[in-house]
Design a protein around this ligand. Structure first.
Ligand SMILES: C[S@@+](CC[C@H](N)C(=O)[O-])C[C@H]1O[C@@H](n2cnc3c(N)ncnc32)[C@H](O)[C@@H]1O
Length: 264
């Protein structure tokens, strides 16, 4: 089974409220920057989720530009639409984008490539809808071995949960090889202009908030019983103590790759 990160409306609301500030918001300005998004441009955010990257793009392109956010999941799009009306929200599949050739100046895809069953097909679609010399920028996470905090989380969940929960966690790190990622973009006819490997911080109010965020705003919500969540929390308290700040907040390092290619 391919993981596609499909969640309910309630989970999408938790995703926006908990997960976006904890993890996803920090990459959005980097995506805008690496793709050289500029005033007046037309930009597509593929697998936009609740729209954190699309919103950053809309702020940059201003009133003379336009932004489209596309996602497979209507629940994500409903939450996105509640946040901004100056962005067009479209339901669709990354592997079959409902746009004509060369329609966009920049196409962005954050934290989603690893959910696509056919990554080559999706990147080929991104390359098709961007104009010649336009930018395609993708962001993924480095391999689990390079993620000291999430390696611990993976180990705890591995001890307690069933295979379907683990499969989701494994998916997050499955596009972690930067050279393979570059080759994927090159195969789609994109000339690699810049790569960045960035050490970011996943920020949670507490260990309890980490577990709540990772479960409530993700498909794990349907794959773990309350007992299992309780057990994960009990085991996590000691393990994550080393990531607590003096103020009692949990800050875990997380390494991401960003790649930008230009259409030849
Ligand atoms: C972890 S979320 C990332 C969302 C957003 N880019 C962000 O940074 O917050 C992954 C998103 O990929 C979307 N997705 C998964 N498979 C997809 C596909 N084939 N086409 C479009 N979106 C897809 C999911 O619905 C989900 O919203």
């Amino acid at each position: 089974m391919t993981e596609t990160f499909q969640i309910t409306r309630e989970q999408a609301e938790a995703y926006e409220e908990l997960f976006v500030p904890a993890l996803f918001a920090q990459w959005a300005p980097l995506m805008i920057d690496i793709a050289r998004v500029d005033e007046g441009q037309r930009v597509l955010d593929v697998a936009c989720g609740t729209g954190v990257v699309a919103r950053a793009a809309a702020d940059r392109v201003g009133r003379t530009g336009s932004v489209v956010g596309l996602d497979l999941n209507p629940a994500m799009l409903e939450v996105a639409a509640g946040s901004r009306s100056d962005i067009e929200w479209r339901q669709g599949d990354a592997a079959n984008l409902p746009f004509g050739d060369s329609e966009f100046d920049a196409v962005l895809c954050q934290s989603a490539l690893f959910f696509f069953p056919d990554v080559d097909a999706a990147v080929a679609e991104m390359a098709r809808v961007v104009r010649p010399d336009g930018a395609v920028a993708v962001q993924t996470y480095a391999s689990l071995d390079d993620q000291p905090g999430f390696l611990e989380l993976d180990a705890v969940v591995r001890r307690i949960a069933a295979a379907d929960a683990l499969q989701l966690l494994d998916t997050y790190w499955s596009q972690g090889d930067l050279s393979i990622l570059c080759k994927t973009l090159s195969r789609a006819g994109l000339d690699i202009v810049e790569t960045r490997t960035t050490l970011g911080t996943a920020m949670y109010g507490s260990v309890e908030n980490l577990i709540e965020t990772e479960v409530k705003g993700t498909p794990l919500a349907d794959r773990l019983s309350d007992d299992q969540v309780g057990q994960i929390f009990t085991e996590s308290a000691d393990i994550f103590a080393k990531f607590l700040t003096a103020a009692g907040e949990l800050q875990m390092p997380i390494r991401a790759h960003l790649v930008m290619g230009r259409k030849l």
